[in-house]
Write a protein that binds this ligand. Sequence first.
Ligand code: MTE
Ligand code: MO
Length: 212
Amino acid sequence: MTTESTETTDGDAGTSVRDVTDLYHEFGDDRLPAGQRETTAFPVLSKSGTPDWDPDTWEFTVTGAVETELSLSWDEFRDLPSETQRQDFHCVTGWSKFDCEFTGVPFPALADLAGVEDDAVHVLFSALDNYTTDLPLEDCMREEVLFAWAYDGQDLPADHGGPLRVVTPHKYAYKGAKWVDGVEFLTEPELGYWERRGYSETANPWQEERYS
Ligand SMILES: Nc1nc2c(c(=O)[nH]1)N[C@H]1C(S)=C(S)[C@@H](COP(=O)(O)O)O[C@H]1N2
Ligand SMILES: [Mo]
């Protein structure tokens, strides 16, 4: 295995970690996007408090322009094939955290399970705190967009979105819904919580797409 490899092995757990921290090459020369500063802390940013959840009644839905709408229990969601990735995290307020390890289900795998219709162009994520966020479909159909339930090998802390959140290492982090419980495939764009309040729909950190 060379240092260029994107696969490394976690000796103890014997699990494979896919390092996707080099995805910035697609967007710019610098791993740290312009206007960001690196932090080793992991601040919490939530529009309101941390919502409660009940594993017995929690339900994850996939709706809209799909062949088969899905409704998954917590156990069913946890049984989906998952992987661990090493990713960077860029908050629109100006901090970036490198080398976060998230474990979960890649967006394309979930999309394939439902079967996305040809006329789907946009995706709206919903969450237990009534947060929403939207992205063009093509920005979601990437292996790096994860529905993550673990962070650094531990259950995802509740204030960081546990039991389940989305992470979007190629976008500002407001595109990653914490406490996510639904995905709707849309045939027309629909804005989410921050997007309606003037934040960018596309949110590319290397273009400093902070506001619309
Ligand atoms: N459900 C939900 N998801 C959310 C938010 C929120 O308020 N509610 N805040 C967003 C914002 S603005 C950011 S920067 C990140 C912060 O994630 P963190 O609290 O784990 O750092 O979550 C995003 N996802
Ligand atoms: Mo944010």
